[in-house]
Design a protein around this ligand. Structure first.
Ligand code: HEC
Ligand code: HEC
Length: 365
């Protein structure tokens, strides 16, 4: 079922370096020592290919470095908060709090996003303000309302910590830790966070669907996919992501799904400065959504049932910049309670318990 992938960058490297081809080890700096072991990613064979950054070949040592950094409060200003404090594995790497709490206890204004299948994303954060994962990872560390850490102080702190001296050396063959190494290490770990084992993933190409998901979930899937003219809810036009809603829109779409009439948080509009982008937010992946409560950029809904009530009856049809996929219906969906229950059952089939318990993603300390 599961394909091992080799990436273009990797292939090139293996082709030009004969010895590497033989033992699957590379030298991160092109020098002789030390050698790091190539890391192999796994996902389902029908998932679209993605490109890894050519200058950051995945290695066991680099991924482990990123994993250590992800779970270590050393990266925050007062050493109390790690990435994992807000991105919890059992919660699909999201936060149970409505909005996140930074090191001094101050509250942010956005819900922590679940993390998975990030390499398929084109934009990061609710407002799409980062274009690459590399650019993204250093943001929370420095953000005043999150970890409030100066990168150069952090580099100094890490350089004085023996286990990081060793791990940076193993991963990047360097005695001089730089912010770029930090970003690359975290990037490597985040790339390995691939979720591909939800019940919905097992549906692909099968005719005995009821052995995989329940009759209710199957009805929910149809409602999700079908246009409103055919009695569906047309969720698919926005949450259309291949494979099975696990990946944010391939073009990184930003959209206003009609939560508000007045946008206190301007979202994408703050980034582009365009009035036509005000109120647009990243269309989130719905993978693992049953465990990532609360919902929406500001965590306003606690349950999936509340989300279904919103889509059924409470969309602000006069919201400025309302997405055409909703505006074109020009009325509420008015779903029946059975339809709402079926949609929720379907959303539960996107829960990947293998991912939520994957030992390779757990705290390494
Ligand atoms: C204080 C809580 C908090 C901490 C600590 C934190 N994050 Fe986040 N994370 C958030 C919030 C909130 C968002 C959404 C922010 C926004 O959109 O403005 C987010 C968004 C993200 C995203 C974007 C996901 C997407 O789909 O666009 C990534 C990736 C991420 N965080 C990784 C990290 C990493 C790596 C660390 C550690 C270096 C970290 N976070 C530390 C709260 C936190
Ligand atoms: C017009 C595009 C669009 C349509 C149609 C749409 N959604 Fe959404 N959906 C979004 C956007 C954008 C968000 C995030 C909005 C925000 O936080 O401001 C979202 C958020 C969600 C969330 C919360 C996810 C989270 O992690 O917080 C769920 C669940 C959801 N949608 C399910 C559905 C279902 C079910 C349907 C069909 C009834 C549907 N959506 C139709 C665009 C859409």
């Amino acid at each position: 079922m599961i394909r091992k992938i080799s990436f273009t960058a990797l292939l090139l490297l293996l082709l030009v370096t004969k010895s590497c081809k033989k033992d699957q080890y590379i030298s991160p700096t092109g020098g002789d020592e030390p050698k790091a072991k190539l890391y192999t990613l796994e996902h389902q064979p029908w998932y679209p290919q993605f490109n890894l950054p050519a200058d950051n070949v995945l290695t066991e040592e680099g991924v482990m470095l990123g994993r250590m950094l992800f779970y270590d409060p050393i990266v925050s200003g007062d050493s109390t908060l790690s990435c994992a404090s807000c991105h919890r594995q059992t919660k699909g790497f999201s936060d149970q709090r409505r909005v996140s709490k930074g090191i001094t206890g101050q509250l942010g204004n956005r819900q922590a996003m679940p993390l998975h299948n990030l390499m398929w994303n084109k934009l990061f954060f609710w407002d799409g303000r980062s274009k690459t994962l590399r650019e993204q990872v250093l943001v929370p560390i420095q953000a005043h309302d999150e970890m409030n850490m100066n990168l150069y102080s952090l580099v100094k702190k890490l350089s004085n910590t023996p286990r990081y001296q060793t791990q940076f050396k193993k991963a990047f063959n360097t005695n001089e830790i730089e912010p770029l190494h930090l970003a690359k290490g975290l990037e490597q770990f985040l790339v390995t966070m691939i979720s591909f084992n939800a019940p919905i993933d097992k549906l692909w190409g099968r005719t005995d669907t009821l052995n995989v998901i329940s009759a209710s979930a199957l009805r929910g899937l149809n409602i999700f996919m079908q246009p409103t003219e055919m009695g569906g809810a047309d969720c698919f036009h926005c949450h259309s992501n291949i494979p099975f809603f696990g990946i944010n829109s391939l073009n990184g779409s930003m959209s206003n799904n009609g939560l508000d009439l007045v946008h206190t948080d301007k979202g994408f509009g703050n980034i582009t400065g365009l009035s036509t982008d005000i109120g647009k937010f990243k269309i989130p992946s719905l993978r693992n959504v049953a465990v990532t409560s609360p919902y929406m950029h500001d965590g306003r809904f606690t349950t999936l049932e509340e989300v279904m009530d919103f889509y059924s009856d409470n969309i602000q049809l006069n919201s400025p910049n309302l997405d055409i996929n909703i505006a074109s219906h020009a009325k509420q969906l008015s779903l029946s309670s059975q339809q709402k229950a079926d949609l929720v059952e379907f959303l539960k089939t996107l829960t990947d318990t293998t991912y939520l318990n994957n030992p390779a993603l757990k705290n390494p300390f």
